[in-house]
Structures are given as structure tokens and as C-alpha cells.
Design a protein around this ligand. Structure first.
Ligand code: ASP
Length: 334
């Protein structure tokens, strides 16, 4: 837990210094500076080293190259990603504070009755980034080797089995909720501030089951440090070609695919959004990003989705898709 706080502290120190310099310059000349004239904060809602953070850092490094300014990742943790989204919704709409977030942008309105922002109207959209499959994992010594064995073990030991996630609004929570519904159980869930600490707990045997993205799980799967029960996508994935989908394992219609978008506060000038979108598109063609995403099992979205309109229409469709599912499941964060 200390690591993410340290990351925020470092970023804030950088901005405090930059802010002091900016204050010394009269407002008009500062406003005339070509964008970007100072570092940009990319706010990440989950712990450093986790799946969202890994995608963010790769893309931020590449965006820095084409923008000619550092894009500094700032981890702001809490409440399944809603702390970060609320922070960016209220930030100055000047292009110096942007957010990278996943499906949580679409699920939070149904989970939180007092959400302090409106995903569709409190942001300017930059574009979608990459889609990531999830994997259903167990601790290495769980006495179940296949999905059917896991399901029967959980059904027989419901009161003993727990499920880790990254809080209400995280995709790990969404995946875990759908899994529990599909097999008719109600497990104790243990929320962390990201799946990086949740994975540490799984590796240490303190939690039993975790649903998480390949961007974090592949190395642990390959090292056989966890048990793998299936992938959450509708079809098998290139990174794990011999692993069945949860559908193949008997969970009818099961599908969770994690998508990522980059947002700025509402009212960010169109010229700034254009620069950010251009930098995003360039980043997603950068050979270092392409190779990193491939290694992590992530799929870069087509160029028409790497756009403000591509993200906005997708977010609207995802809100429409998940709100009734979450309401029917009766899950509430507050
Ligand atoms: N994978 C996490 C989630 O469940 C987020 C993270 O830690 O990056 O949403």
C-alpha cells in the first residue's frame, strides 16, 4: 500500500514545482504557451504494478515522445476506480490532467447511487486504447484443477472460499460477481485497491480465487504459481491457446472483456483533445507499445475506436449493457 502513495507523492511534488513556476508567469503569457508546455498527469485508478497501471505506463511513455512532454502516471486509489474518475472530472480542463480507466466507467453508475460525476457528460473523450481478456485463477494449492472441479469445490465449501477483487467498480469485481451468479453462490469478497495487491495475496495463499486481466496474470500462470481455470472471453485467446473459455467449461454466455479509455475533464479545448488523440494514435503504433501489448495478451483497438467519438459511443453502449445486469444482480456499493 505504501508504493502507490509514494507514486502519488512523487507526481504531486513534480506538479507543485511546475505550478510554482507557472504562477510566477502572468496568466496571459501562460495561456499563450503552446500545449503541452509542462508535464501531463495521467491518473490511474488502481495500484502501481497492476493491470491498468501496466497499460497506462506503456502508453504514457509513448505519448510523452510525440507530445514532447512527460506524461506522468499518478495512481489515485480507492472505491473501485471512482476516486480517480471524480478527481479528473473536477480537474482544470486544460489537458494537463487526464484519466485512463476501464469498464469501471460504465459499471459505476449502476453500482453507486451517489456517484460524484456523470461518465457521459462530465468528461471530454480522447479515445479507446486496448482490450484485455481476463483469467479465472485460484491459489496454487486449491484442490481443484479444472473449472468443473472448482465449481463443485466452491459449491461444497461456500462458507470457506473467498474471492479477491479491486473494489466495487473494478472489473475483477464484475467478473467475480458474474461468476458467483453463474454458479449460484455468494462468497465472501475481499477488496483491495487494485489487483496488484490482490495478486500478492493470491500468491501468498491468503485468498482463494481471483479473476484478473492477462496484463498481470500471464507471468504467474506461466510460472505455475497460480491455478488457471479458464479465460473470460467468448473465444480462446492467442496468449493461452490451450486454455478453455469459461463458456466451454459450462458457464453459459459468460463473457467479460476489459476495455480502456482515456478521458479529460469536460470542456477541454478541442485543439488539446486533438493533440492528445494524435499522441494516443501514435502511441498505439509505437513498436514498443505494440510488442508490450502483445506480450501481455492485450489487443490494441482499431483506429476508428482510438477517437473521441469511438470512446463516447462505446461507453454509452457499455452503460446500457451493464446497468440492467448489475441492477438484476442486486449489487450496490452504497
Ligand atoms: N484489474 C483491476 C480491476 O479489477 C484494476 C487494476 O488493479 O488495475 O479492475
Amino acid at each position: 500500500m505504501t508504493e502507490p502513495r509514494a507514486a502519488v507523492a512523487t507526481a504531486i511534488t513534480t506538479f507543485a514545482l511546475v505550478g510554482a513556476t507557472a504562477l510566477a508567469v502572468p496568466g496571459t503569457s501562460h495561456a499563450a504557451d503552446p500545449y503541452p508546455s509542462r508535464p501531463i498527469a495521467m491518473v490511474v485508478p488502481f495500484a502501481a504494478g497492476g493491470p491498468t497501471d501496466v497499460v497506462a505506463r506503456s502508453v504514457a511513455a509513448a505519448m510523452s515522445k510525440s507530445l514532447g512532454q512527460s506524461v506522468v502516471v499518478e495512481n489515485r486509489l480507492g472505491a473501485g476506480g471512482t476516486v480517480s474518475a471524480a478527481y479528473v472530472a473536477k480537474a482544470a480542463p486544460d489537458g494537463y490532467t487526464i484519466l485512463i480507466h476501464h469498464n469501471g466507467m460504465a459499471t459505476a453508475p449502476a453500482l453507486y447511487s451517489k456517484l460524484p460525476y456523470k461518465p457521459l457528460t462530465d468528461f471530454s473523450f480522447v479515445g479507446q486504447v486496448a482490450d484485455v481478456p481476463m483469467t479465472l485463477l485460484g491459489r496454487h494449492d486449491l484442490p481443484a484443477n479444472t473449472l468443473p472441479e472448482l465449481v463443485s469445490y466452491i459449491q461444497k465449501n461456500q462458507s470457506k472460499v473467498n474471492l479477491a477483487n479491486a473494489g466495487l467498480g473494478a472489473v475483477s469485481q464484475l467478473c467475480g460477481m458474474l461468476f458467483q451468479k453463474a454458479i449460484g453462490v455468494d462468497l465472501q469478497t475481499i477488496p483491495y485497491q487494485g489487483t496488484a495487491p490482490a495478486m500478492t495475496a493470491l500468491l501468498g495463499g491468503q485468498v482463494d480465487v481471483l479473476c484478473d486481466q492477462t496484463t498481470q496474470t500471464l507471468p504467474h500462470i506461466k510460472a505455475e504459481k497460480v491455478k488457471l481455470y479458464g479465460v473470460t472471453t467468448a473465444a480462446r485467446i492467442a496468449a493461452l491457446p490451450n486454455t478453455p473459455t469459461l463458456r466451454e467449461g459450462g458457464l453459459k454466455d459468460f463473457e467479460v472483456k476489459v476495455w480502456h479509455g482515456i478521458y479529460a475533464p469536460k470542456g477541454t479545448p478541442p485543439a488539446v483533445i486533438d493533440k492528445l488523440d494524435g499522441a494516443l494514435k501514435a502511441a498505439l503504433k509505437d513498436p514498443a507499445v505494440v510488442a508490450r501489448m502483445q506480450d501481455l495478451g492485450a489487443v490494441i483497438v482499431p483506429e476508428d475506436k482510438q477517437t473521441p467519438e469511438g470512446l463516447r459511443t462505446w461507453l454509452a453502449s457499455e452503460i446500457d449493457k451493464w446497468s440492467p445486469i448489475i441492477k438484476a444482480a442486486g449489487v450496490k456499493a452504497d
